[in-house]
Design a protein around this ligand. Structure first.
Ligand SMILES: [Zn+2]
Ligand SMILES: [Zn+2]
Length: 378
């Protein structure tokens, strides 16, 4: 894997960047590399992921502090395990209602990477868990959706019925280990003869030997088919979380169950909403004049536009909270976050001479020789 780029470099900002600089840089970069804007461009897709990851860390005060102190090493752990997602630390260990945050495999799911391959025994072995990524829109993450994904499904080989032997022949008990799958080995050492137990080299621990392998499955006993599988994504799911589909992972062996499939969700950023926890943040622009005089506006929410009256004399960056208008809680859809609206007062940049004159007139308390229809209506 290529060395990870510095998160500040990824967003094109310097180390002293403020929270709002980070937000701005993130929006700019996310727009630039958004898959919708760069269809089929793998480089842009990789950039897009990188930008999201950098934002994930730098927009969170604690994670940013950890990153500033330790660099990428701050997140080398469960979050980067096997490169899964790489969205470090998000919802660590969050295992509930079938929703799995990245890193959730670090407890309880020790089998996730290479499960079944490391242990040698002739007992039933559970298949490995597999993971696929699924990209959904922000809106789909808000309201849930049903998606079809193509997944490899392992089924018992129809020719050998799963025993791996060429039809008409049968696996035989291993002559070397007598079917136990283990061998005792004696070694002469300086301390005397040492006896150790190891996996049988003849049968690789299965206790059985197949003389002629089934041609259809090459002796594995399983055949792989690609199937369309529906995945129900619950409303409120966050970027980096996963939904488990039981039994759709790798094939079990010796009668063991299949592993599970984890469908990890990649949520495209919204041009309007920024999600933090279950709260949604929106910047809403109003003109300097409307801030001064008040105005009725329609502010977007995920449920549609909401009427709001901006009071006369509203100050820049005034925040309004719409209770229970945020994202649904993925674990309990009766709970919702809030929507926090920041009213951004836009100061005009390209005033014409007449407008400038009117502003000067306003500054002087409305007293001027020229009598004109007021820019402010006063
Ligand atoms: Zn077969
Ligand atoms: Zn053996």
């Amino acid at each position: 894997m290529a060395a990870k780029r510095d998160y500040y470099e990824v967003l094109g900002i310097d180390k002293n960047a403020s929270a709002s600089d980070i937000k701005k840089a993130y929006r700019k970069m996310a727009k630039k590399y958004h898959p919708d804007a760069n269809p089929g461009d793998k480089e842009a897709e990789a950039r897009f992921k990188e930008v999201n990851e950098a934002n994930e860390v730098l927009s969170d005060e604690q994670k940013r502090a950890a990153y500033d102190q330790y660099g990428h090493a701050a997140f080398d752990g469960a979050g980067n395990m096997g490169g899964a997602g790489g969205f470090s630390g998000m919802d660590m260990g969050d295992i509930f209602s079938g929703i799995f945050g990245s890193g959730g495999f670090s407890g309880g799911f020790g089998d996730f990477f290479g499960g079944g391959t490391s242990r040698r025994s002739n007992g039933p072995r559970r298949g490995r868990d597999n993971e696929i990524n699924l990209t959904i829109s922000f809106e789909e993450s808000m309201f849930g959706c049903r998606k079809s994904v193509k997944v490899p499904v392992y089924e018992i080989c129809p020719d050998c019925k799963g025993n791996g032997a060429k039809p008409g022949t049968y696996p035989e008990t291993c002559h070397k280990c007598g079917g136990s799958g283990q061998m005792r080995v004696e070694k002469q050492t300086i301390l005397g003869i040492m006896q150790t137990v190891t996996t049988c080299t003849e049968c690789n621990g299965t206790g059985k030997v197949i003389k002629e392998k089934c041609p259809k499955c090459s002796g594995s006993g399983n055949v792989k088919n690609v199937k369309d599988v529906y995945v129900d994504i619950p409303k409120g799911i966050s970027h980096g979380q996963a939904v488990r589909k039981s039994g759709l992972g790798g094939a079990g062996s010796n009668g063991g169950p299949n592993g599970d499939l984890y469908v990890r969700v990649n949520v495209l950023p919204s041009p309007i909403y920024i999600r933090k926890g279950n709260d949604l943040f929106v910047d809403f622009e109003i003109s300097m004049v409307d801030a001064a005089l008040g105005v009725d506006v329609k502010i977007p929410t995920i449920d549609g536009d909401k009427d709001y009256t901006v009071k006369p004399g509203t100050q820049p960056d005034y925040q309004v909270t719409f209770r229970n208008k945020g994202a649904y809680d993925v674990h309990n859809s009766n709970n919702r976050g809030d929507q926090v609206v920041t009213l951004k007062v836009v100061i005009p940049k390209d005033l014409n001479n007449e407008q400038k004159e009117l502003l000067r007139e306003f500054k002087n308390g409305g007293k001027t020789e020229k009598k004109k229809k007021g820019f402010f209506g006063i």
